[in-house]
Design a protein around this ligand. Structure first.
Ligand code: KIV
Length: 259
């Protein structure tokens, strides 16, 4: 088994797993110093390209961004989202996941869904492709973007899905906006780690979209904590540049060349 995956598995019940998203090299190299796992999420569709849905994200886009991220990630586990309609059956999933791994040198891929994708997950695992699961809100196919686990039937289904995915061989699962008691139950039931986003402190680890965390996006989701106001910092730097250019204070002699 991949050493980095083993490290993630060994953290269960010992220490929390720290995950963030990256879409390019420079951010990825900062995250790599602090994170256990760096995810190239298909959230890049809405965050970078203003898409209404992650359904619009293509395999090519994921591969291009992941290639850039790869330059920044050395020690963390690098996981890449398989975009919508790229894993509709085992054959398609294996072909596309192998392409992603070959082109990006990522360590694993992430797929959204439970019971419906079990045969696909099994065939990927059989082909030695490490798979991360994703339950709760499933942005690629979601109709209702509200937290999951309100109804007993929904709670039973999500728990069952998590158990099926574990049995199929995934090494970890993202729980997106899963109700607190349910995410606690899933985390206690599974041997593999759960990574929460909007799914309470009881998960084995946490993930956020980095652009939200650093205040570069406009995100107002309840589960987001903004640790920095990057937009304000960039705004101030650009204003200073504009002012210095206008007043001929930049560039100085030290920024210029003479023969
Ligand atoms: O696409 C993404 O960024 C994700 C995380 C939010 C878990 O799937």
């Amino acid at each position: 088994m991949n050493k980095k995956i083993k490290k993630i598995l060994n953290k269960k019940n010992k220490s929390k797993i720290v995950c963030l998203t990256a879409y390019s090299k420079n951010i990825a190299s900062i995250l790599d110093k602090h994170c256990d796992l760096v995810l190239v999420g298909d959230s890049l569709g809405s965050v970078l390209y203003n898409y209404k849905s992650t359904k619009e994200v293509t395999l090519k886009k994921m591969i291009d961004h992941s290639k850039s991220v790869r330059f920044g990630v050395r020690k963390s586990l690098m996981v890449v989202d398989m975009p919508y309609n790229t894993y509709r059956n085992p054959k398609e999933a294996i072909k596309n996941a192998k392409l992603v791994i070959k082109k990006t040198k990522c360590d694993a891929v992430k797929l959204e869904g439970g019971k419906k994708i079990i045969s696909i997950v099994k065939s990927l695992v059989k082909s030695k492709i490490p798979v991360m699961g994703h339950l709760g809100i499933l942005p690629q196919t979601e109709k209702k973007f509200t937290f999951k686990g309100k109804k007993l039937s929904e709670r039973n289904r999500i728990l069952k899905d998590a158990q099926l995915l574990e049995k199929a061989g995934i090494f970890s699962v993202v729980l997106e906006c899963v109700e607190t008691k349910l995410s606690k139950r899933i985390t206690e039931t599974l041997k593999i780690p759960t990574i929460g986003i909007g799914s309470s402190v009881f998960c084995d680890g946490q993930v956020l979209v980095t652009d939200d965390l650093i205040g570069l996006s406009e995100s107002r989701f309840r589960f987001v904590k903004k640790y920095l106001n990057t937009s304000k910092l960039i705004n101030s730097a650009v204003k200073s540049f504009k002012s210095e250019v206008s007043k001929k204070k930049f560039p100085k002699t030290k920024h210029s060349f003479k023969y």
